[in-house]
Design a protein around this ligand. Structure first.
Ligand SMILES: [Zn+2]
Ligand SMILES: [Zn+2]
Length: 333
């Protein structure tokens, strides 16, 4: 089968690799669409050569391993991108990401979906409803990440929200806030992505170096930001989020910064801020994202700005290291 394989210097190379067989207790999925994630761009610097990445995918069941029942070849499916023990308290609660034995798909433990076929665990799978296409279904993973974060803040009709960053997670966060009826300002330096944010329902966008997003929200709504979503994850953005938040606001950190960073705690103390850090999702949030797509509560079509075949995946991957107007980029098989 064809696969985009990580090789030296963080580059993808399209290669012919053996088609996997489902092991006992597993399903084989024929991948139809797989998103390129910002995490992949970061992970490419550290994962070993030979890794097949890709954890945001939708496809069809192509084979059942020994002992698997309840699934049929050809059924459309999305899968949470990991295999877990299925027996511990975390797994039983649908929170397998917290399982001590969890193995990620596409981030180093198990092969991912930058390939025609991928092995998954039935317990991680959800059927794609009839009204949801493969492209939209491939967005369920980032939608679930964003939903997990949005649920950590009190977001409802009219809530003034600030989303920092107009990448895929910022944009999916925007979609959930809009679906709840919130008024959202997005701060994003790349004009192409800012334009996409406005198309997806942002009341306004600001360039973070040139304008204070909190002031813009105040001008629009008469209120300071009550929920701030940090979706950038570089040095300085967490403190910026604390600075922009209003009194007793909730700051949700979805961006992942592994470097040391400085904050001024007094900013948060003076305003009695609630700061939450968000990672991943529960299976129920995957299901909620699928349901929202089925019921047309989210319009994700504009979010997909680029669809490429696997042969063009290396070029699209490289281009995303300097994003301009890309929303979500999908590899389609
Ligand atoms: Zn991702
Ligand atoms: Zn477990």
């Amino acid at each position: 089968m064809r696969a985009a394989v990580l090789r030296e210097a963080g580059r993808l190379v399209v290669e012919e690799v053996p088609r996997p067989e489902p092991e006992p207790g597993e399903l084989l999925v024929r991948v139809r669409d797989c998103g390129i994630c910002g995490s992949d761009l970061h992970a490419a610097a550290t994962l070993p050569s030979g890794t097949v990445m890709g954890h945001e995918f939708a496809g069809e069941v192509a084979g059942l391993g020994a002992g698997v029942s309840g699934w049929q070849v050809g059924e459309p499916v999305v899968a949470l991108p990991y295999m877990a023990c299925g027996k511990c308290a975390a797994c039983l609660a649908g929170d397998g990401i917290r399982c001590a034995a969890v193995r990620s798909l596409g981030l180093g433990d198990l092969p991912g979906a930058y390939a025609e076929y991928v092995r998954v665990q039935p317990a991680s799978c959800l059927r794609i409803p009839e009204r949801v296409g493969f492209r939209a279904a491939a967005l369920v993973e980032p939608l679930a990440v964003a939903l997990h974060g949005v649920r950590m803040a009190p977001v409802g009709a009219g809530t003034p929200c600030l989303v920092m960053g107009g990448g895929p997670i910022g944009l999916t966060t925007l979609l959930w806030c809009r679906a709840a009826g919130a008024t959202v300002v997005v701060s994003e330096p790349a004009e192409g992505r800012a334009a996409l944010a406005r198309r997806l329902g942002a009341a306004a966008t600001v360039h973070p170096g040139r304008e204070h997003a909190g002031s813009r929200l105040q001008a629009l709504t008469g209120r300071d930001p009550e929920a701030v979503f940090e979706c950038v994850g570089v040095r300085g953005t967490l403190n910026d989020a604390l600075a922009q938040a209003g009194v007793r606001a909730t700051v949700v950190v979805l961006g992942v910064c592994f470097g040391a960073d400085e904050i001024v705690p007094g900013l948060a103390v003076l305003k009695e801020l609630v700061v939450r850090f968000a990672l991943g999702y529960a299976k129920s949030e995957f299901a909620a994202a699928l349901a929202a797509l089925e019921e047309r509560r989210l319009d994700v079509d504009p979010l997909v700005t680029d669809v490429v075949g696997v042969e063009d995946a290396p070029r699209a991957f490289e281009a995303l290291t300097r994003p301009t107007a890309q929303g979500k980029v999908l590899i389609e098989f």
